[in-house]
Design a binder for this molecule. Sequence first.
Ligand SMILES: [Zn+2]
Length: 340
Amino acid sequence: MQIKNSAVSMIIDAQDQKELEEIKLQFLGKSGKLTLTLKEIVRVPSEKRAIVGQLANEVKKIIEETLDEKISALTSQASSQKKQSIDITNPGIPPSIGHLHPMTQVLYEVVDIFKQIGFQAADGPELETDYYNFTALNMPPGAPSRDTQATLYLDTQNSKAEPGQILLRTQTSNMQVKIMEKIKPPIRVIAPGKVYRVDDVDASHSFEFWQLEGFMVDQNVKMTDLLGTIDYVLKKLMGEKTKIKFATTNFSFVEPGIDTYMECTICKSNGCSFCKFIGWSEIMPAGMIHPNVLKAAGYDSQKVSGFAFAIGLSRLATLRYGMDDLRLLTNPDLRILEQF
Ligand SMILES: [Zn+2]
């Protein structure tokens, strides 16, 4: 009984596994107190031997059980201590933070540049009527100039609209007459957005791309105002050393019309598949607004004049970042997007 009491109290007081091993050895080992007691049992008179043997076995059982309980108590204590041991001075895991898409970055920058020189930004619909997309812009039904903008028409079978009257806008110029009908000159507006055309997808073409329409109408607006504005905005966005050239051309909605080319940043004007090996990239049709367009807006073309342009914003973004393929702008792969 004495052995049992001292063993149990020692086990309860034990601080770690090692101490328990020693206690076990001290009582249950080969030369342990209880083991020796059991060996001594032969000296006990035979009539009491059974009782003493039974008692000694019970003591052994109690010591073993108490040891097991203490071991499991120590183990769970150790694991809970481990859980609590958080070093609060460790630096945290930084959350991954996204950034603006390269297309959006260019869009925001261009809009800011135009705002600084007095242009207001407007938003417009991607679904448009034939009138605002073509007819009002001096491209009446049957005009050959419509063919240059292969158009995606909506199925109007179950609607009140006539067939061929609703389309996905082919140009942000759909905003010109729409806005001019509501606001009298002087007026300076930009309208960025997506446009759609039937086109084969390649490095520099897509069926869906971003444009930025801009126009200004006032008394005495001249071609030099247009050239100066384009030159200022492009150099502000792409850098002062950017090479730009203009060529006269014919667009129905302007008279005279010009096309704007920018030095190809992919090949540094040496020629590549992006610029069709001419070293220059066409980025913006522009010109003086055709009197018929001013008339459609309700303006007096004898009193006011204006210019208009439509920047190929997607192409400008690829040139800005030296991407040799327009399709990279719509690729969701983060390994690409994280580079910009
Ligand atoms: Zn090139």
